[in-house]
Design a binder for this molecule. Structure first.
Ligand SMILES: Cc1cc2nc3c(=O)[nH]c(=O)nc-3n(C[C@H](O)[C@H](O)[C@H](O)COP(=O)(O)O)c2cc1C
Length: 188
């Protein structure tokens, strides 16, 4: 049905967003292939580095994986009511050079979900992604929403999803997003 690349925006070993990513993999409907990408190893964006030697290998590798996928799922934490810098930095690298934006992002389906131990469910960070995705010409999936609050109780100490309500919402989201990716995959 579709191929999705899911990326967690946290580097933490015990990241709730990485836990949510793995739960999303388990909740992905049959027929959809979901792969896991990472922001690990992506350096801070530096225009001088880009001018001198082009994109770092880790950026090229992740960019290739985005291009190979039919849809991308961003699993985003929220920092100070916005997008964490480390995650935005990755997307900023992927948007270079600007002449490549249409190939990497243009009309490619993107979904955004997130988890926080707080009460807001990453709503502000998810809203923060909207102008970024719009600027890059990506197709944002807006028919479904998943904002996981109180993550400390939603996942157990081993990172397993233990909240059946969230599991149901996640399954609904992944079903809807998979259909969206399938419907809007490029070249169709
Ligand atoms: C710099 C910083 C700012 C934060 N700001 C928010 C915030 O605005 N809203 C929120 O819900 N949580 C906030 N948090 C708490 C994060 O949601 C929490 O650390 C979460 O576990 C991060 O995601 P992760 O578990 O995937 O690493 C903040 C954490 C940090 C480190």
């Amino acid at each position: 049905m579709a191929t999705i690349l899911a990326i967690s925006g946290s580097l933490r070993a015990k990241s709730f967003n990485t836990m949510l990513l793995h739960a999303a993999v388990a909740a992905t409907p049959a027929g959809t292939t979901i792969e896991v990408g990472s922001i690990k190893g992506i350096p801070l964006y530096d225009g001088d580095v880009e001018a001198a030697s082009g994109l770092p290998p880790a950026v090229v590798a992740l960019k290739d994986r985005v291009v190979a996928a039919e849809g991308v799922l961003l699993v985003s934490p929220e920092y100070n009511n916005g997008i964490p810098g480390v995650f935005k930095n990755t997307i900023d690298w992927l948007s270079r050079p600007a002449t490549d934006i249409a190939r990497v992002f243009g009309d490619r389906p993107f979904g955004v979900i997130g988890a926080t131990p707080g009460r807001g469910g990453t709503a502000m960070a998810q809203a923060g992604w909207l102008p970024v995705l719009r600027t890059l010409g990506a197709l944002h999936y807006s028919s479904g929403r998943l904002q996981v609050a109180g993550a400390g109780k939603v996942f157990d100490a081993n990172g397993a999803l233990v909240d059946d309500t969230v599991r149901g919402l996640l399954e609904t989201y992944m079903r809807g997003f998979s259909e969206f990716v399938s419907k809007h995959r490029r070249g169709r």
